[in-house]
Design a protein around this ligand. Structure first.
Ligand code: ADP
Length: 173
C-alpha cells in the first residue's frame, strides 16, 4: 500500500509528524508531498520544507526507507493517479477541519478514479498545533527567548533550529 500525505507543511510540526508515522504503520510507503502553491506566500521554500521533513523523520524513525518526499503543483488527484497512490491521508484536529476536508475527499475520489482519503484523529497532545501558530510564536519568541520552551514542544528539533535562523535573519535584516 502506498499512501500520500499532502499539505503545505510550512513548516512541519509534531502534529504532522505524528500523522505521517501513524500512516507508516498501515502502509509500505508514505509519500509526504508538499503542495507547491504559487498563490500562497510561505516562510520556507519548497526545498527547505522537503529538507526539514526528511530531517524530522530521521529524528524519530529508524525506518526512514518507508518515507518518500516530493512536491506537486497541480491537482492532488492528478498526482495520485500518476503515482499509483492507494489512498490519501490527512489529519483532523477539529470539526472545522472535517467540514473543510469533506468536499475535497469527494472531489479527489471522483477525479482520481476512486482513491479514498483516510482521516486520522489528531492525538490530543498535538491537536492545538498548526504551522501558522508556530510561526506566530516563533516570530516573537526568537528575538527575546520568550516562548522558546513552548516552541520546542510543538516542532521537531530541526524545525526549531530552522525557525531560529529564519527569524534571527529577519530581526537583523
Ligand atoms: P494544508 O494547507 O493542506 O491544510 P497543512 O500543512 O496545514 O496543509 O496540513 C496538512 C495536513 O496535516 C492536514 O490534513 C492537516 O489537517 C493536518 N494537520 C496539521 N496540523 C496537525 C496536527 N497538529 N495534528 C494532526 N494533523 C494535523
Amino acid at each position: 500500500m502506498k499512501l500520500v500525505f499532502p499539505g503545505s507543511f510550512d513548516p512541519i510540526t509534531k502534529g504532522h509528524l505524528d500523522i505521517a508515522l501513524r500512516g507508516a504503520k498501515l502502509a509500505g510507503t508514505v509519500i509526504i508531498a508538499v503542495f507547491d502553491n504559487p498563490a500562497k506566500r510561505t516562510l520556507f521554500t519548497v526545498d527547505e520544507r522537503l529538507r526539514l521533513m526528511s530531517e524530522a523523520i530521521a529524528e524519530v524513525s529508524v525506518d526512514t526507507v518507508r518515507f518518500e518526499f516530493d512536491s506537486f503543483n497541480g491537482l492532488l488527484a492528478e498526482y495520485v493517479r500518476k503515482n499509483s497512490v492507494t489512498a490519501i491521508i490527512r489529519g483532523l484536529r477539529s470539526p472545522s477541519d472535517f467540514e473543510a476536508e469533506l468536499p475535497y475527499s469527494i472531489h479527489n475520489r471522483n477525479l482520481s478514479g476512486g482513491v479514498d482519503t483516510l482521516y486520522f484523529a489528531s492525538d490530543p497532545e498535538y491537536s492545538h498545533i498548526s504551522s501558522s501558530i508556530v510561526k506566530e510564536i516563533a516570530s516573537h519568541a526568537i528575538g527575546n527567548g520568550f516562548g522558546a520552551e513552548e516552541l520546542v514542544s510543538l516542532v521537531p528539533g530541526c524545525v526549531f533550529e530552522a525557525l531560529k535562523k529564519k527569524y534571527s535573519k529577519k530581526v537583523e535584516g
